[in-house]
Ligand binder design. Structure first.
Ligand code: PLP
Length: 388
């Protein structure tokens, strides 16, 4: 295989960045340094421990700054899934004597939806608000569901399948008026580094991010906690992270997440502009292909994700056709492993549109040549594969 100077195969056209991203080589190099030189346990009382503890403090500061938080703290977790579980379950258990209502949306990632549904089986009253046809939450229905017994509202910032951005800041203000007890959480895994936002402006109490969507490794994520927010821990053990998330901190991954957050925030507008241009080209090219349906709207979105459907073709077949040409995209959410999209279904898409859905997702490494290659391969697929 022909390789560029960083050893990455040039034939690979990776357009599945909402599933995961390539680790930034600078971040990977720094992780090796931490693993081999600054390898102390942050809980150790000697100098090596202190050095590791300081690295965590720096990463926390980098993340708080990247999230636009003047105050608050960061709990490092094993990823977005754990942070979402901790946000929902930790809040529900902390507040259960004051109310039982939990409100979320049908658009959420399974780590929110399934946690909420599990809490529903444990005696909480869980309400899932459906989206409208453009893939945004029905805000009137959500606010109508907010009552005095509501203890938690969880609304994602950017949707992983469509890239639609939810009006979290406006919702938070209204939720506070109707449900003064409620903790407001937002899953920002697909928004961090892809949408301009700050936790202060969103007004949320809790916010989830994940490293591997922004060029840090898999297995690291974080939950932002605003000042004064109370959670119960899900794990029990040592004194780490104020006992809210015990366990020896994965310092190299935490350093990576801090760096990735800082890099993403500092190049945010530049990356949004570059990726928006790629997305616009892709939209134009696919609009010339008869029969392709664009599922993602063009406004109030992150440009990093574009969802489309080829009704009459099966996404799995398309996926493998593209793969043979070195092009990697997905049929929807990577976590769903080919299961039909609950998001497209909730939007009222037809079975043929759901069966033939593809998600193209960009990163700062994506190029115009890759977009052209994808569009050309899609046209080939439509010409060569059998329409059902
Ligand atoms: N939330 C959203 C919106 C996601 O897209 C993902 C991952 O796909 C997650 C949460 C889970 O994050 P992680 O893979 O770090 O557990």
């Amino acid at each position: 295989m022909k390789c560029d100077k960083e050893g990455i195969g040039m034939q690979e056209i990776y357009l599945d960045n909402a599933a995961t991203t390539r680790v930034d080589p600078v971040i990977a190099a720094r992780m090796v340094e931490v693993m081999t030189e600054q390898y102390g346990n942050p809980s150790s009382l000697h100098r090596k421990g202190l050095e590791a503890e300081r690295l965590i403090a720096v990463a926390e500061k980098q993340l708080l700054t990247a999230l636009g938080a003047k105050k608050g703290k960061i709990l490092f977790t094993s990823g977005g899934t754990e942070a979402n579980n901790l946000a929902l379950r930790g809040t529900a258990l902390a507040k259960q004597r004051r109310g039982k209502r939990i409100i979320t949306t049908a658009l959420e990632h399974s780590s929110v939806l399934d946690t909420a549904r599990a809490l529903g089986k444990e005696g909480f009253e869980v309400i899932e608000i459906p989206p409208d046809a453009s893939g945004r939450v029905d805000t009137a229905a959500l606010l109508a569901a907010c009552n005095a017994e509501t203890i938690l509202v969880s609304v994602m910032l950017a949707n992983n399948e469509l890239g639609t951005v939810q009006p979290v800041a406006a919702l938070t203000k209204e939720i506070r008026r109707r449900s003064p007890l409620a903790v407001v959480h937002s899953d920002a895994v697909q928004a961090f580094g892809k949408v301009a936002f700050s936790v202060e402006k969103l007004g949320v109490d809790l916010l989830t991010v994940s490293g591997h969507k922004i060029h840090a490794p898999k297995g690291i994520g974080a939950l932002y906690l605003a000042d004064g927010v109370r959670l119960l821990p899900m794990l029990h053990g040592g004194e780490q992270q104020g006992r809210l998330r015990p366990g020896t901190e994965p310092v190299p991954a935490i350093v990576a997440l801090g760096m990735a957050g800082e890099i993403a925030a500092s190049s945010l507008l530049e990356n949004i502009a570059a990726v928006s241009a790629l997305r616009a080209t892709l939209c134009e090219e696919i609009s010339a292909l008869l029969g392709v349906v664009q599922n993602s709207p063009n406004e109030e979105i992150t440009p990093f994700v574009l969802n489309l459907s080829l009704p009459g073709y099966r996404s799995e077949v398309l996926l493998h056709f593209l793969e043979q040409r070195g092009i990697f995209v997905s049929s929807g959410s990577a976590c769903a492993k080919g299961a039909k999209s609950h998001v497209l279904a909730a939007m009222g898409k037809s079975p043929a549109e759901i069966d033939g859905a593809l998600r193209v997702s960009f990163s700062k490494y994506s190029t115009l040549e890759e977009v052209h290659a994808f569009s050309a391969a899609l046209a080939d697929a439509m010409a060569q594969l059998q329409h059902r």
